[in-house]
Write a protein that binds this ligand. Sequence first.
Ligand code: UD1
Ligand code: UDP
Length: 369
Amino acid sequence: MKVLTVFGTRPEAIKMAPIVKELEKRENIESIVAVTGQHREMLDQVLKIFNIVPDYDLNIFKPGQTLTEITVNAMLGLEKILDETTPDVLLIQGDTTTVFSSSIAAFYKKVKIGHVEAGLRSGNLYSPFPEEANRKLTGVLANFHFAPTNSNRENLLKEGYNDENIYITGNTVIDALKYSVKEDYHFEEELLNKIDYENKKVVLLTSHRRENIGKPMENIFQAVLDVVHENDDVEVIFPVHLNPKVREIANKYFENEEKVHMIEPLDYLPFSNLINKVYLVVTDSGGIQEEAPALGKPVLVVREETERMEGVLANTAKLVGTKYENIYNGFKELIENKKKYDEMAHAVNPYGDGTAAKKIIDILEEEMN
Ligand code: UD1
Ligand code: UDP
């Protein structure tokens, strides 16, 4: 069986790496890896960590690229790769524009599609934007839906998908975490070694979602800043996404703040180990909402909706929205109310046991036989 795996951004690379490694182990599988290069630096660091050398690199990245440019350029490139490699099945992961472009390109060639991390839904087509649409559109074209959890499976059933084509596998994010997080991890970044994780309340902040750019992101940063100013023992580490629009807003709020450390995006190994060390996490990321609960860290989710309700229902994540008051109150409570913090600081891992990649490839081998 010839399997073509395509990915393009940082989170897809992290979550696809365990799958690529698993494919490489199988004797009866020819594994071909193509990256679109929707991201560049943020993708390359993951490839390096997992020692993955793609067979094809479309290198479509352009600073400030539009969604249409990504879609068109990825599709045109993938058409050629599909013709050249004639795979039996395409594997894609998640909800980025690379995922949607790859699945429509494969569909046009009648190549079977396996969708990893299928069935996540926020219920709002515009939030996260454009990811909610990307994953629904991909679902329509997919033959195998690899759902991380039963609630993801139920979302697909509600939309009329056949249960026979849905497989609950856990999320490969846990496979990757098992590989990366070590209790005795030592950072290469001096700043991260110097921070006093024992005596300070160290907060890890990330924000990059398109629908948050503008007023919602301003609210997030203002609320964080106000709580930092009111609490001497709070220190923030903020690895800033490379999107220039995010950088502009981040600089406006934090440029001269001693207790907010704006740093470059971290490589995956230091980043995942940093989650393991900090007091709590404030984020609008998807993947980090899965990683932080698995590592026992409370997460404040600064989004209007989340497709990852498992953490919220287990009371390790709190969905505070993007209004200033709600973010400020939610953040302040977690910093100042130890009882509330302790209630949320417990490890919850609804996303599997770290064997998702193996399950997915076992299923593929069986179903494609
Ligand atoms: C994309 C995904 C989003 C995912 C995120 C992970 C889509 C529509 N969105 O959003 O689901 O959560 O990746 O981070 O697919 N940039 C660089 N270098 C890089 C990466 C990005 O300079 O390595 C800058 C560029 O200016 C680029 C901008 O960031 O134009 C935005 O990148 P893009 O891939 O368009 O969208 P993301 O917001 O990263
Ligand atoms: N991540 C990283 N370095 C960073 C920020 C995040 O390696 O500076 C990792 C994080 O551990 C997670 C993934 O990137 O696995 C999440 O990516 P992102 O938040 O960009 O995208 P999303 O998950 O929201 O699609």
